[in-house]
Design a binder for this molecule. Sequence first.
Ligand code: ZN
Length: 106
Amino acid sequence: MSDSMTTGSAAGSLTRVVDCDLCGKPTKMTATKRCDRCWELERRVQDDPDIARKVLIEVSGQQRAYVLAVIDKMRGVIEAVYRRWDEGDEADAPELGAAILEAMKL
Ligand SMILES: [Zn+2]
């Protein structure tokens, strides 16, 4: 995608848009190159970096725990499918896909 583009409005005026430097979402904030969400988050992090660091560590831990739980659950699903295959029962792909999606719903 180009770094900058121009879009027209219904009124016929042109608005310059750039991609947010942080998330890539188009934004009209050409000077800061931050969309509203990233600008707000960046300001809050700058206001309190020590707490922001603690939040990131906690969120990372939660994400890691979620991923490990999904992997553990998927391992159970896959082992069950292998057992069925060993017993001559053919679990089909959609059934396996549905079971994996269900495992991700923790
Ligand atoms: Zn952004």
